[in-house]
Design a binder for this molecule. Structure first.
Ligand SMILES: C[S@@+](CC[C@H](N)C(=O)[O-])C[C@H]1O[C@@H](n2cnc3c(N)ncnc32)[C@H](O)[C@@H]1O
Length: 465
């Protein structure tokens, strides 16, 4: 964020001096001047810290003792700017009632161990044993505990260490969190993952619970019980900020939009009311719809990716697409399309995690220059691992070749220099036949691969020059 928003200022606080040292090294390497990191206990942070538009506490609230939890909310109340937003993640009940059983078991069985790695290893052995033994029992208790044990084994060791073996892990019900926030003059606004809220679910889901009306909190809490929810990312604001719980489609008209899905078929379905499928980036079906405005808009957005489109632009292009695909030339004939209808469709798509909304366009480029330059943040990450953050703040998994190319995109290598840097370091092994080693044969193949790789990196919002 500090790299992509150079005019914003950032302050990070963590108790661990070692993590702050690592963070400062990254800041120095990237030459960032708009971010400061402090090794400090949240309990010692003074209320006169300043005024912040956003406060983010990810993975902290449930894992710190009660006085720190209270201080976190107190700080949000004092340090949030008048229209500021605080994002706090925490473990929730009822999901954690189940998880607490496996946590209690692991904490008890490893209570004498001092070495963190040994505790994790012993806990994994314990969970494997549990999964095996319980597989032979047929009771709802055994099924439930076995699934918890299997889930723990699916995660990596650091997750197990932090999530299950940490000294403090205090889950909370949503309604308790809302009350605690209110006691500090903070208002529960929404979930950061809006599509995970009860508000986005079909009303029929709640019909089974009788006629007594449920307020928003009653619905949200009930939905946590339906889903067995174990985690939330809640967004708080000052209690005096006027806000509505009903999202307005009109508000969307001042925002920019990107799509998280791609059409499964190349061209639009020939008829107006035909179903079309859209896939997410893992290639699985995310949406099937026969709604013409939505189909046209999602195609327009997919073509614009990685750029977002302002609502106005999207509306203009959607109209053109409706006309060129299905001959819809005037409102009302043969199908009434209006900007309000598009805004409603986009709001519904947002509520189902089909599109994302933005207030600004980050500074990346999709043009591949003579001396391409990748995001220095992603370049730094790619030296350690193939998962990097793009300029849209999304994690991108790179293949080994793209990871190598990205590392070299420092704005000082043209294609010739890039190819020279790779020569010798790369073996081309066709899926059939012998490895290609003759430089005269290797070079054109490598040049083609480089071009494709640059296109992928540009399309992934990873280039800045
Ligand atoms: C799971 S990590 C989350 C780190 C970071 N927020 C993130 O999302 O990657 C929890 C962090 O809280 C820090 N922490 C725990 N107690 C704290 C306290 N009293 N004051 C400040 N930081 C604390 C720990 O050092 C640890 O780095």
């Amino acid at each position: 964020m500090a790299f992509s928003l150079p005019r914003a200022r950032f302050l990070g606080i963590d108790l661990s001096p070692r993590q702050i040292v690592e963070g400062r090294a990254a800041i120095a390497e990237l030459g960032l001047e708009n971010i400061e990191l402090r090794a400090q206990n949240i309990l010692d942070v003074s209320p006169g810290l300043g005024s912040f538009d956003f406060i983010v506490a990810q993975g902290v609230y449930s894992w710190v003792p009660e006085p720190v939890r209270e201080q976190m909310l107190r700080l949000c109340a004092t340090a949030l700017a008048p229209n500021g937003l605080a994002h706090i993640s925490y473990n929730t009940y009822p999901g954690w009632h189940m998880r607490t059983m496996t946590r209690d078991l692991m904490v008890f069985q490893t209570r004498e161990m001092r070495d963190a790695r040994a505790r994790v290893q012993a806990s994994r052995t314990l969970m494997r044993g549990m999964a095996q033994v319980l597989a032979k029992q047929d009771s709802s208790y055994a099924r439930c505990l076995r699934e918890e044990a299997e889930q723990i084994l699916d995660h990596d060791e650091s997750y197990l260490a932090h999530e299950h073996l940490d000294e403090t892990n205090q889950p909370i019900y949503l309604h308790q969190f809302v009350d605690r926030a209110a006691a500090h003059g903070l208002h529960y606004l929404t979930e950061a993952e809006y599509w995970s809220m009860a508000a986005t679910q079909p009303p029929e889901l709640f019909q089974a619970f009788g006629d007594s009306p449920l307020d928003w909190l009653g619905r949200e809490q009930l939905y946590d019980f339906i889903k067995g929810r174990a985690f939330r990312h809640s967004v708080l604001c000052r209690a005096d900020v006027p806000c509505s719980r009903t999202p307005s489609a009109r508000a969307l008209m001042s925002l920019r939009i990107t799509s998280l899905v791609r059409p499964a078929a190349a061209g639009p379905a020939p008829s107006l009311d035909q179903r079309e499928d859209f896939q997410n980036d893992r290639g699985t079906l995310a949406l099937a719809t026969n709604e013409p405005v939505l189909r046209a808009a999602l195609r327009v957005l997919a073509e614009a990716w990685p750029w977002s489109l302002a609502f106005e632009t999207l509306w203009g292009r959607t109209q053109q697409r409706l006309a060129s695909s299905w001959g819809i030339v005037a409102p009302g004939y043969p199908y009434a399309a209006s900007p309000d209808q598009l805004a409603e469709a986009m709001l519904d798509a947002f509520a189902h995690h089909i599109v994302e909304l933005h207030v600004h366009e980050p500074g990346f480029t999709t043009a591949i220059s003579e001396f391409p330059r990748a995001s220095p943040v992603a370049r730094r990450q790619s030296a350690a691992a193939p998962r990097v953050t793009n300029l849209r703040h999304r994690m991108v998994s790179l293949n080994a070749f793209d990871q190598l190319v990205l590392r070299h995109l420092d704005g000082r290598h043209d294609r010739r220099a890039l190819l020279a840097a790779f020569q010798g370091g790369i073996r081309i092994v066709p899926s059939q036949g012998r490895p290609i080693t003759d430089p005269a044969e290797v070079e054109p193949i490598l040049a083609r691969q480089l071009e494709e790789s640059l296109r992928r990196l540009a399309g992934g919002a990873l280039l800045v020059g």
